[in-house]
Design a protein around this ligand. Structure first.
Ligand SMILES: [Zn+2]
Length: 156
């Protein structure tokens, strides 16, 4: 995204003059403790962000996040979207995990425990015991659709 150069707006410049400010402000809104920097965002988009599971945040809705972004976490041939039992173990043992924010690699399947925890699209603990149902969910799962319900970035 390209931001317009506000210095090119005469009305804003006039306002700035009226306020008697000839110095441009030094805005430090970026907090690296809480916000992803550019390279972290890039790694996350490329599913190459590696971190200790201890650094993962669990949001109120039980989805997983790092700093100001939701994400998926790879573990045991699956990608996890919420704080399911497996993720609790992984976080507790402070394992190193790979995370991403775009469509995960094809060899990974979505974790149904996570979807059940989020009550995503009618997935619940009882239904995930039926193989036919789980195959369907796994086949049809689209990260894009999931992100419409749980937007990944930026978290406010
Ligand atoms: Zn899971």
């Amino acid at each position: 995204m390209k931001l317009d150069d506000v210095l090119l707006y005469p009305a804003l410049n006039e306002l700035r003059q009226q306020m008697g400010t000839d110095q441009l402000g030094d805005f430090r809104l970026f907090d690296p403790q809480k916000m992803l920097n550019y390279s972290e965002r890039e790694s996350l988009e490329q599913a190459q962000l590696r971190l200790s599971a201890a650094d993962l945040k669990v949001l109120k809705d039980k989805t997983l996040a790092y700093k100001n972004s939701r994400l998926w976490v790879e573990h045991d041939d699956k990608f996890h979207l919420a704080y399911c039992e497996q993720m609790q173990g992984v976080r507790h043992r402070q394992k190193n995990v790979r995370c991403g924010s775009e469509q995960p690699p094809e060899e990974l399947e979505v974790c149904l425990q996570c979807l059940s925890l989020l009550h995503y699209e009618g997935v619940d603990a009882r239904r995930i015991r039926r193989n036919e149902f789980t195959d369907q969910v796994q086949e049809r799962f689209e990260l894009d659709a999931f992100q419409r319900q749980f937007p990944f970035y930026p978290l406010l």
